[in-house]
Design a binder for this molecule. Structure first.
Ligand SMILES: C[S@@+](CC[C@H](N)C(=O)[O-])C[C@H]1O[C@@H](n2cnc3c(N)ncnc32)[C@H](O)[C@@H]1O
Length: 250
C-alpha cells in the first residue's frame, strides 16, 4: 500500500501513459505490464516514474575531490594500469562526461594508464541520449563554463556534441541496479548519486551491498549529498572530505 503522497505522485506521472495507451484504469496498465515482459510499455512506464534530473559537474566538490585526491591517490598506489570508474544511474550522461573532463585534464598524471568509464541506467531513453552525447544550449550551460564548452564540445546546428576523445572513454549500458550486478567488472571509483533516496530502505541496503561486491578493496563510493549508506551495510567507511562525504570500501 502506497502512502497518499506517493500515490498522488505516481498518478500524476502515469496519467499521460494511461492516455497514450487508452487504458481505462491504473489496474489495466499494471496488468498489461505484467503480461508484456520487456516491451515498449515497460520502458515508457519506467521513464514516467523515474526522475532524470542531472547536470554537468553536479555537486562540484565531488569532482574537485576526484581531481585533487582520488585519481592522484590511485596513480600513486600503483594498483593497476587501468583505472575503472562507474557512473551508476548516469541518467542522460552529464555525470560520466564530467568525470571524463576531469580525466582529460589529468592526462599528464595519467600517462601510462588507461581509463575506462562506464555509465549504467535503467532508462533506455536516458542511455540513448547519453550515447548520442548531444546536448542543448540550456543543458551545456548548466554546470559548464564557456571555456569547457569550447574545449569539450563540437557545435553542430545549435546543438553541442561531446568531442570524440571523451566519448571514446565511456561505455553505456541499460541496467537495473537492483538486479544482480555480477555483470559489472570491478571498479576503483563508483559514483552512485541521487538515486538511493528514491528506494525503500530494503532496496537501499541491497543496492549498497551489491555495489560493495564490485568496488575494489580501498576503492571509493560516492553517494549524493543527502544519501547515507544504511547502517546494515558495513562494507564501507565514511570519510569527510572537503565539502562532501564519501566512502572507502573496506
Ligand atoms: C536523479 S537521476 C541522477 C543522475 C546522476 N547520477 C546525477 O546525480 O546527476 C536518477 C537516475 O536513476 C535512474 N534509476 C532509477 N532507478 C534505477 C534502477 N533501479 N537502476 C538503474 N537506474 C535507475 C533513473 O532512470 C535516473 O536516470
Amino acid at each position: 500500500m502506497l502512502e497518499p503522497a506517493r500515490h498522488n505522485f505516481l498518478e500524476a506521472r502515469l496519467a499521460p501513459v494511461l492516455c497514450q495507451f487508452s487504458f481505462e484504469s491504473f489496474g489495466q496498465l499494471i496488468k498489461s505490464l505484467e503480461g508484456e515482459g520487456n516491451g515498449p510499455l515497460k520502458n515508457i512506464f519506467i521513464d514516467a516514474i523515474t526522475t532524470h534530473e542531472t547536470y554537468f559537474f553536479r555537486d562540484f566538490p565531488v569532482f574537485a575531490l576526484l581531481k585533487s585526491q582520488l585519481i592522484p591517490d590511485f596513480v600513486n598506489s600503483d594498483r593497476s594500469s587501468v583505472l575503472r570508474i562507474c557512473s551508476a544511474a548516469c541518467s542522460t550522461g552529464q555525470e560520466p562526461y564530467s568525470i571524463c573532463m576531469v580525466v582529460d585534464e589529468l592526462a599528464p598524471l595519467l600517462e601510462g594508464h588507461r581509463v575506462q568509464v562506464d555509465g549504467y541506467d535503467i532508462s533506455r531513453a536516458s542511455i540513448e541520449t547519453a550515447r548520442s552525447a548531444d546536448y542543448s544550449n540550456y543543458e551545456v550551460n548548466r554546470g559548464l563554463s564557456p571555456a569547457y564548452i569550447k574545449r569539450y564540445f563540437d557545435k553542430v546546428d545549435q546543438r553541442y556534441r561531446v568531442i570524440d576523445r571523451l566519448r571514446s572513454m565511456v561505455n553505456f549500458k541499460e541496467l537495473n541496479l537492483l538486479d544482480d550486478l555480477g555483470v559489472m567488472p570491478t571498479y576503483d571509483i563508483v559514483f552512485c548519486r541521487n538515486i538511493a533516496n528514491y528506494f525503500k530502505v530494503s532496496d537501499r541496503v541491497r543496492l549498497f551491498k551489491q555495489l560493495a561486491t564490485v568496488i575494489a578493496k580501498g576503492g571509493t563510493l560516492i553517494t549524493g549529498g543527502s544519501e547515507i549508506v544504511p547502517q546494515d551495510v558495513n562494507e564501507f567507511k565514511p570519510i569527510h572530505g572537503d565539502g562532501c562525504v564519501y566512502y572507502e570500501k573496506l
